[in-house]
Structure formats: structure tokens, C-alpha cells
Design a protein around this ligand. Sequence first.
Ligand code: BGP
Length: 458
Amino acid sequence: MLAKDFCWGASLSAHQTEGAATEDGKSPSVQDCRVRDDQIADFTVASDHYHRYREDIKLLAGLGIKALRISLPWTRIIPAGVGATNPSAIAHYRDVFATMHAYKIEPMVTMYHFDLPQNLQDQGGWTQRQTVDAYARYARVLFENFGDQVKYWLTINEPNIMLLADQKILGFTYTHQERYQAFYHLMIAEKKAFALCHQLLPQAQIGPVPNISYVYPGSAAPQDIRAAEYFNAVRNWAYLDFSVQGRLNPLFQNYLRQTGIDLQILPEDQELVTTNFPDFLGINYYTSVTVEYPKQDQDRLSGVSDQQSEDVYEKGFYKGLTNPYLQKNDFNWTIDPLGLQTTLEVINDRYQLPIYITENGLGAYDELTADHQVHDPYRIDYLKQHLQSIQQAVASGVPVKGYLPWSALDLVSVHEGMRKRYGLIYVDRTEQDLKDLARYPKDSYYWYQQVIAKRGVD
Ligand code: BGP
């Protein structure tokens, strides 16, 4: 069983759950402007969490969770991205946090989860250094307005995925040079948030949130091993090495050199990067990836989902393939619970920091029965196997401090709208029909409630 103070929780993001896309002073983010297949739900109403947060938090409190991860939308707090703050949004989130505290739920807050203000994107977004300054100002506004309510901060959700899956997640495609310059700026922005948080809120803790998919070689052929090392370096370790160790790792640098990238680094970055570090790591884990050395050249796929092994490709470096030893979910994502244990052990070996699993879950087609039940044994199975892995990792000395599965309630999937559901709680709507958006706990909700009560799985 896990420790008494193990942080059982659940996870959400603002743009995928809130809706109220044009209310309360909110401006459009890149997510609102992203062109989506019109058969797939957009973020206009989402799960209507903006209006129903009290009901949702109450229902989640029934699980016995101690923490809820949400994100704050930059576009509500500082609608233009820079300039005036929005007092009614600040009042709203102060009430959200007060509501959580009333149920003894600790907020864990992602400061920015894929939803850059469109106004900043129109000026070049993360390819421009000024976006770093805008983020630092936004961070200060958050710390000053919510620092008395929030102890756990997460800087930027998955910079490494925004880098690899730009078209799919953000709705536009970077050039190769822009992509890595944007990545560098995201990492610098995070360092500024570490510095500000430690300066303004000495009692608070702050950490990064990468998405880690451990990369396996497709065979024991030396060139496949090398392909896996390189993709691990680019996909998984470049961001964490920068965040935790203050360095651009040499394999990543070699990759940048060989693919013609010339990063613009300012002289003052050096001190910022090497003196500001996280207190803990948030890790999002869904799957592993398997690669081989590409035997034939092809074009880089734009808008890859990146969680699907087969989408990975970089000329001269790596090509993704299907791992014959692993099963897949309904949406072609590989299921690999042992990969989570390996990931945790390797991360501990590299970084020695407390770890919170800030996302882990199964996207599936769920069905609501006539009497409002959702039987999701597949999700229970997935979560159980991943929790077993976490327990094994903890037993072998990895300091995993919390588990916040994705997602607390159904929300609009980044790639697949409402049909791909992750929630422990069902939200009654489809892609096009909003119905009444009523909430119904799934079987996995009641299962997780028992797991929390027993402090683990068998
Ligand atoms: C992570 C994101 C989440 C969430 C999840 C599932 O990368 O942080 O926002 O969406 O992936 O992805 P999808 O919705 O595409 O299945």
C-alpha cells in the first residue's frame, strides 16, 4: 500500500473542460481558433465546467481525492496576453480554489496548457522572445493573485509535445528552425517562472510537466539502439535536462546541429538557466514508443499525434514502428504499464526529484446505459495496471508522491473531440448534441474511490 500522505488526485485542463469560451472577458486562444473537423466537438461549451465547477468539485470530493490538477486560462486572466488583467476571472478562480479547499482538496495548477492567447500567436507566438516576457508577467500575476491559495504550480503543459505535434495540437505548423526556437523559448519561460515562484512564494513548489513516452529500439541492431537513444534525447530528456540540470544535452545539441538548427540564445540566459530549478516533477504518461533507424527517406509527417509510434519520423535519425509485444487502445495508442515503471526508475536515476504522475489514463468509447451507468472495465484495467507499476517503482525506491489520472471528468480530447472519453465521471453530451451535460460517475469512479480508501491496488 502507498504511504498515508500519498497524494491521490485527478487532472483536468481549462480549455478542454470549461466552455464559456466567450464569457467573462475571455479572449480567443489558439485552441479556440484552431480549425477542427466540424464533426468533432469544439471548446465552445466543452464540459461546461466553468459554470458547474461547484457541482464537479463536490462530486470529485466524493472520490476522496486530496488534489485536483486544473489549468488556468491565460486568455481569461490577461485577455490580450499582455496588458490589463481581468478582475472577474481572478474572482472566479479564487472561488474555484476556495471551493476546493472547503472539500480539503489541494489545487495543483498548470499555468498554461496549450492555450496561448491568439493575440500573442498573431505576433509570432513562442518563436518570439517577447512571448517569454509576456509569460513571465502572466506568471507574476498568478503568483500575486493566487499565491495564498495555491501551493503546487506546474509551469507549462508538455512543451515537448507542443514541439512534436504542433499542427495537431496547436493548429499550425512551425518550420524546423521555428519549432526548436519556440521550444527553447518555452524552456526559458519556465526558468523565469521557477525564479519568480521561489522569489514571491517561498512556501510554494513548482515543477515542469513533460509528456514522457519511453522510447524502445525496434531491434538489437546497433543502429536501432542509436535511433532510440536519439529519440529519447529529443523527445524525453531535452526538456527535463534543461529544466532540472540546466543544460542542453549533447545528443540533443548534436541533433540540432545535424538538422541545421541554430538556436538564438541570449547571453543572460546562462545564469537564469543554471540557477533556477524545479522542486518536483510532474510526469504525464500514456504510452511508450518504439523506433528503428529509417531505412528509406520520407517527408517528416506534420501534425503527428506523437503518441502513436507509427507517426514518428526524422530523416537520418529515427522512424516509429508498431511494437509487437504490446496491445493498443481503441485509438491506436500502445498500452504499456511496465513502461511506466521503467520510465519512473530512469527518471529517478537521472533527476532524483519527487514525482507526481500528473496525467495517465485511457481514452475509449464509453456508453451510457439507459439507467445512467457506464461500465468501463477496460479503464479500470488500464489504471490498475499502471498503479501496480507505480507501486513497484515506489517499492524500488522511486519517490512517487502522487497520482492524478487523466481525467477527472469527460472533456474534449485534444485529437478526437468528445467521442474519446477519459473521465472517471461521464458528461452527457455528444460531439454535436449538448443534451443536458449531466454528470454520471462511471464504474471506474467507484473503483478509484475504493483504491484511494485502501491506499493502492492488489
Ligand atoms: C496530453 C494532454 C492532455 C490530454 C491527453 C490526451 O498530452 O496534456 O491535454 O488531451 O494528452 O490526449 P488526447 O485528448 O489527444 O487523447
